[in-house]
Design a protein around this ligand. Structure first.
Ligand code: G6P
Ligand code: MN
Length: 439
């Protein structure tokens, strides 16, 4: 088996230990000779580096070199894969994305609604130079991107670097599927799911059971009236509990299909806002919870060079990324839900949309599955969201205030152009160092 070099862009992220955990578990399918952590926040990443070195020293069965750097040339030269998980502006800016809309009675969320669009413009600005550097220093490398908001990033990359070797991947579908399994006793290996939409904006039309040789989605939906209990490392976090409960409401009001949890922000913005605390949002939960825990462990690792106490379960996220990498590397031709230019995968959605659909991954790259036409209700929601995202990406490339205002106004979680403009102006103010100038 070839030994590979992997770079993690956004190495200081709290998800890094989970990714490394998955790389350790899958060493038989993907053997690393070198791991590089790259982050523009060198100090934060250096702390993470201590923890990662300690974990690998204790658990990796082969010699491995770990490089921690903020120099793109050192980070990317000759790598086989870049796993990208950057968060431009960090959790501090996530907090603003969530709190500014709530001031106006709108959904305050990381990747959806007005906050997601604010994050979108920041991310494009940070992500495009990263792609440029990876192409320069490692033209053969595959970029597995899970930096958010993914549809917006994917659209921007497609325009700026149409031939980039990038696969955009989100763990939300696998999380939903595994949560269903944990709640009702199904086995995930038994599922062949059919799902369509945009990232964080789609529906399951069927879940075929290999064992029962039929679609079992109707059985699952029948059991889901009360929603789902969170089954992974987020159990205990009030916001994820509320989100998985809300699925019950959606499948009751709109039977027949299983939505992505993120649809709550577009279908029931009023209910979501009513439950939100405008002074304490998910960003605060993450800073007080996951971030504090992981960085305390990193301090500990720095002091005594070991990773004892790292019992945090990071769910399916790391495993999913590593599965995609091994499918590319070993030509496994496995099926994943991936974010890719439409090109007919959803025949009645615009061809230049970036969609999330089942796709096979082999040595050749990604091959999306061609689906049947989707119902008008979903198509209408998807097309409006897609147009809004495209306007936002236009706003970035053209520096256009008008396009940004149109994007905000068209976002289906925003009730009026008046509110859209107020939020946009507030976001311009706080994003001066991150956004392009809009005139
Ligand atoms: C899921 C989504 C990610 C998102 C994350 C937020 O995993 O697929 O795109 O970033 O949830 O989780 P957090 O715990 O940071 O709120
Ligand atoms: Mn996601």
């Amino acid at each position: 088996m070839n030994e590979v070099t992997i770079a993690i862009a956004g190495g200081g992220s709290t998800y890094t230990p989970g990714i490394v955990g998955a790389l350790i578990e899958n060493v038989d399918r993907l053997k690393m000779k070198e791991l590089r952590l790259y982050d523009c926040d060198f100090e934060r990443q250096e702390k993470m580096g201590h923890l990662i070195r300690a974990i690998l020293k204790q658990k990796y069965p082969h010699p491995i070199e770990v490089i921690v750097t903020d120099d793109p040339e050192k980070a990317f030269t000759g790598v086989d894969f870049v796993f990208s998980q950057i968060r431009v502006g960090g959790l501090k800016m996530r907090e603003k994305d969530e709190k500014i809309p709530l001031k106006y009675g709108c959904v305050g969320q990381e990747t959806c609604g007005p906050g997601g669009f604010a994050y979108g413009l920041r991310s494009i600005r940070g992500f495009l130079p990263l792609v440029e550097q990876i192409i320069r220093f490692a033209p053969e490398a595959w970029i597995l991107n899970y930096s958010n908001p993914e549809s917006i990033i994917a659209e921007a990359v497609r325009r700026a670097y149409p031939t980039a070797k990038i696969i955009n991947v989100c763990d939300m579908t696998i999380s939903i599927e595994e949560t269903i399994c944990a709640n009702f006793g199904y086995q995930h290996e038994d599922f062949i799911p059919e799902y369509y939409g945009l990232n964080h904006f789609g529906w399951y039309r069927s879940i075929y059971s290999k064992r029962e040789k039929r679609d079992i989605l109707p059985d699952i939906l029948d059991k889901m009236g009360a929603g789902l209990e969170v089954a992974d490392f987020n159990a205990g976090d009030a916001s994820w509990a509320a989100t998985y409960k809300m699925l019950g409401r959606i499948v009751t009001d709109f039977p027949g299909y299983l939505p992505n949890t993120y649809l709550e922000y577009y279908l029931y913005p009023d209910l979501v806002v009513a439950e939100a605390d405008p002074t304490h949002t998910r960003a605060n939960e993450v800073m007080e919870g996951r971030e504090t825990k992981v960085y305390a462990l990193a301090e500990q690792a720095k002091a005594n060079q070991d990773s004892a106490g790292l019992e945090i379960n990071f769910g399916s996220h790391g495993q999913y990324i590593v599965d995609i990498a091994t499918s590319l590397l070993n030509d496994e031709n496995r099926r994943f839900m991936l974010i890719t230019p439409n090109r007919g995968a959803i025949p009645n959605v615009r061809q230049d949309a970036v969609v999330e659909v089942p796709s096979y991954v082999s040595a050749k790259g990604i091959e999306p599955v061609c689906l049947d036409a989707i119902p008008d209700f979903h198509k209408g929601l998807i097309e409006a969201q897609c147009a809004a995202e495209k306007l936002l990406v236009d706003a970035y490339f053209e520096g256009s205030y008008l396009k940004a205002l149109q994007a905000y106004t068209l976002n289906q979680s925003v009730p009026s152009a008046n509110v859209a403009k107020k939020m946009l102006d507030d976001f311009i103010e706080v994003n001066r160092e991150y956004w392009p100038e809009l005139t």
